[in-house]
Write a protein that binds this ligand. Structure first.
Ligand code: COA
Length: 378
């Protein structure tokens, strides 16, 4: 019998061969389908990068036009789906609403042949197009407002912001969300992607795959760190107070939210890009001390913790950024899901090629062969 060793969290254990994305955590490199994330963020759009992740190649002009048109045409939710979203408690977290919303979509759109390219495309487009509508509809409903119908004239990111409050955002704000969503689209074998692949391996439909992945993303160890990073930064009263507060935390060995990463041992490239986006938004919306505080935290913390490989991660600046854009903090993780759905779907399609159902083993540590004690003797 072979000796089995338990690796908690399967840390470092490959669970799939994948060509969707690549990370070099030492060099601080993230690539989608071989393209550097900084290049994609600076030159790509949400629609273009989504196509790249789903189909493996950058779209030609006509391919992008067709894909974009399909996304725009598939944003509207069926009335019964809207009714279900409206019937959810307004106090519930929006992540619950989108998980439920996606599961409900699966009831309306059965997928007969998972390996049929046309059906795969239809389901992928529908999920990417309708997730923002679900988030926005729940956000409006919980405030007692009617949902705002999607606007076919607007691109994906702009339409999402429009459906939240009925205002068409400035070009700077809309491009900022477009880039932030590119940065959140995909990140190799994280917990939610692994969840999605496990569900995909059972040949469940893509709605089950995505709703399970959303459930995985709701946990504070995965999707929720940007909200907490923002809260921590808000507790720092001024730039002058940063040194003492951060030094104290480091001495007490408190974790500073938004710093450190299991894979990156240098600055997460997404954090550098998000810091740059903050600068653009604050230039338009007026400067805010929280951004200066964050930069000071970064300076002090990396000075003291850089030798341990602790640098800002994607969550450090994204909370400040979304807050400056007027987005409520409990929508930060839903926005993550609205972007990450693309990566989940790329992995779903990849899992189906040569699929083998996930069936790991365990190391049994419980009792064996126990005699049954009758109730009267217990
Ligand atoms: C993400 C995280 C879990 C990665 O953890 P990890 O790779 O297992 O790193 P470790 O927890 O082993 O930490 C290594 C060292 O750095 C320190 N460290 C790690 N993250 C730190 C942080 N955010 N603030 C201060 N110190 C930190 C640890 O205390 C440890 O110090 P030690 O060697 O003196 O004991 C961790 O950095 C963390 O909790 N960060 C804050 C939460 C967060 O931002 N999460 C979002 C991640 S995208």
């Amino acid at each position: 019998m072979t000796e089995k060793t338990l690796i908690p969290g399967l840390e470092g254990i490959p669970c799939a061969a994948s060509s969707v994305s690549f990370i070099d955590g030492i060099a601080g490199i993230l690539e989608y389908r071989g393209y550097d994330i900084t290049t994609l963020a600076n030159h790509g759009t949400f629609e273009e990068v989504a196509y790249l992740l789903l189909y493996g190649e950058l779209p030609k002009k006509d391919e992008l036009v067709a894909f974009d048109a399909e996304l725009r045409a598939n944003r509207v939710l069926k009335y019964p789906v809207l009714d279900i979203i409206k019937s959810l408690p307004s106090t519930g977290h929006p992540m619950k609403a989108i998980q439920a919303g996606v599961a409900v979509l699966g009831a309306f759109y059965p997928v007969d042949d998972l390996n049929n390219a046309h059906e795969q495309r239809l389901a992928s487009v529908r999920l990417i197009a309708q997730l923002p509508t679900v988030v926005a509809a729940f956000h409006r409903a919980r405030q007692g407002d009617e949902p705002i119908a999607p606007n076919v004239e607007l691109n994906h990111a702009t339409n999402f912001l429009y459906m939240l409050d009925g205002q068409i955002p400035s070009a700077v704000i809309s491009r900022t969300l477009d880039i932030a969503m590119i940065l959140h689209m995909e990140h190799t074998m994280n917990a939610s992607t692994f969840t999605g692949r496990v569900v995909a391996s059972t040949l469940a439909d893509p709605y089950a795959v995505v709703s399970s992945a959303i459930g995985s993303l709701t946990g504070p160890l995965h999707g929720g760190a940007n909200e907490r990073a923002l809260e921590e930064l808000r507790e720092i009263p001024s730039v002058d107070a940063v040194d003492e507060i951060i030094t104290g935390k480091i001495e007490r060995k408190d974790k500073i939210m938004g710093l450190g990463h299991r894979v990156y041992k240098t600055t997460d490239p997404r954090s550098t890009l998000l810091q740059g986006l903050c600068a653009g938004v604050f230039a338009e919306r007026g400067s805010a001390e929280i951004f200066d505080i964050a930069r000071k935290v970064e300076e002090i913390a990396t000075g003291k913790l850089g030798h341990k490989g602790i640098f800002p991660n994607v969550d450090f600046y994204s909370g400040i950024l979304y807050d400056a854009m007027g987005i409520p903090s409990d929508l930060f993780t839903p926005i993550f899901a609205v972007a990450r759905v693309v990566g989940w779907l790329a992995h779903w399609k990849e899992q189906l090629i040569g699929n083998r159902i996930f069936r790991p083993t365990q190391i049994y540590v419980g009792h064996r062969q126990r005699p049954f004690t009758p109730m009267s003797d217990r």
